[in-house]
Write a protein that binds this ligand. Structure first.
Ligand code: HEM
Length: 409
């Protein structure tokens, strides 16, 4: 599949330096073809969003590293000028979560969650994740091929790991999972309302039933510590749990599906990883860089004037740091469009960078390593049942991915 298979950036009004954002994707596992024109135009490109608002897009890795640690960039979505790249962000504006907070409010929420995401905690969770992955592979193998690797494997797997992390009782998991899958596959906010309300209601009751000394899992721990001490509201904890589920489930499921598809489309790289499984952690890192599925997460607004490359961007300007474009910067990753599991893709932005870097990146990496190892070992004949270019890619403003990935074995 080539990078030229999609429409390039549609120049507005015939002006070749006017760009729209986000860009249409063609190949499920490559960045939009239009990113090349943006990079050539960079280091800064003014882009027009769906509603006519404009924002400035940053194309260089080095600039993004600096900006993502600059306190003058805010994640507050309700601020004027924040780059609203899709109408869905408008409806989500009122739902305050870690990703939309700044400064002390953000750090104090993040501190509460950190104990559940330390390297030690992730290591301790590995045997549980291995068991969950094995059970999900059993489920896949029990089906008659073809199957959808997202619906019949990756969604369940990623949901179960988060339920486990939160401390959702096993007997409640099936109902909980059904609602979270409905929430994630909702076409719009109206369709998302029902499952979201049911999840909030369930978590609300679950948190209320917990208290000090109930257990060690995330909800128990926070309910027993911060909520009991009055440092966090009951409703805030419920919102935190919903956010973890929503951000964690879809991302990991798409990484499993697109990661497997990418390996299958690069048989030499797949063979290398299969014959030398020690390479799996490095392969996961390269997949994270190469796919950059959370391409659209780097959205910020300036709280003060910022000078960049001789241009003063005034306070209130929207700034876009497209993680896929930055992770394909040739100054940092030679021949960036080549998928190469032997490279060491240091300092990539697949998990963001700075204050908002992905809290669960250790867990996500471990889960991906365990999953790819199990699939390669236990389903050696796994292959695509539909050519990739026939699959429906997700909307440009969404996480990079596909709606389904038919496979056989
Ligand atoms: C491979 C899977 C994943 C990818 C690619 C990913 C990617 C990201 C990215 C790019 C950000 C930064 C957003 C920004 O710049 O504003 C982020 C933040 C975050 N992620 Fe992940 N994520 C993954 C898995 C998970 C999982 C499994 C969880 C939870 C269990 C999770 C929870 C979070 C949270 C809570 C934040 C917000 C951190 C903050 O604002 O301080 N992520 N993730």
């Amino acid at each position: 599949m080539t990078e030229t298979g999609t429409t390039a950036v549609p120049p507005t009004d015939g002006d070749p330096t006017a760009f729209t954002f986000p860009q249409q994707r063609g190949c499920p596992y490559r960045p939009p073809a239009g990113y090349s024109a943006l990079r050539e135009h960079g280091p800064l490109a003014e882009v027009t969003l769906y509603d006519g608002q404009t924002a400035w897009l940053v194309t260089r890795h080095a600039d993004a590293r600096r900006l993502l640690t600059d306190h003058r960039l805010s994640s507050e979505r309700s601020s004027d000028g924040f780059p609203i790249i899709t109408p869905r962000l408008l409806t989500a504006r009122g739902f305050r979560t870690l990703v939309t907070m700044d400064g002390e409010e953000h750090s104090s929420y993040r501190r509460m969650l950190i104990p559940d995401f330390t390297a030690k905690r992730t290591k301790a969770m590995r045997p549980d994740v291995e068991r969950i992955v094995d059970e999900c592979v059993d489920g896949l193998l029990a089906a008659t091929p073809p199957a959808d690797l997202i619906r019949d494997f990756a969604s369940e797997l990623s949901a179960r790991v988060i339920f486990h992390l939160l401390g959702v009782p096993t007997e409640d998991q099936a109902g909980f999972q059904e609602r979270s899958i409905r929430l994630l596959s909702a076409a719009d906010s109206a369709e998302a309302e029902g499952p979201l309300a049911e999840l909030v209601d369930y978590l609300d009751r679950l948190v209320a039933s917990r208290g000090p000394d109930h257990g060690t899992w995330l909800l128990d721990r926070i309910a027993g510590d911060e909520v009991a001490k009055g440092e966090l509201g009951h409703g805030d904890l419920v919102r935190m749990a919903v956010q973890l589920l929503v951000t964690g489930q879809g991302t990991t499921a798409q990484m499993v599906a697109l990661g497997m598809a990418t390996l299958l489309e690069h048989p030499d790289q797949l063979e290398l990883v299969r014959t030398e499984p020690d390479r799996i952690p490095a392969a996961v890192d390269e997949l994270l860089r190469y796919l950059s599925i959370a391409d659209m997460a780097g959205l910020r607004v300036l709280t003060e004037d910022v000078e960049l490359h001789g241009r003063v961007l005034p306070a209130g300007t929207g700034v876009i740091l497209p993680y896929a474009l930055l992770n394909h910067d040739p100054d940092v990753y030679p021949d960036p469009a080549r998928f190469d599991v032997t490279r060491t893709p240091e300092q990539h932005f697949a998990f963001g960078f700075g204050a908002h870097n992905c809290l669960a990146q250790g867990l996500a990496r471990m889960e991906l390593e365990v999953t790819f190892a199990a699939l390669l070992r236990r389903v050696p004949g796994l292959r695509l049942a539909t050519p990739l270019d026939e699959l429906r890619v997700r909307e440009p403003a969404d996480m990079q991915g596909v709606y389904e990935l038919p496979v056989t074995w």
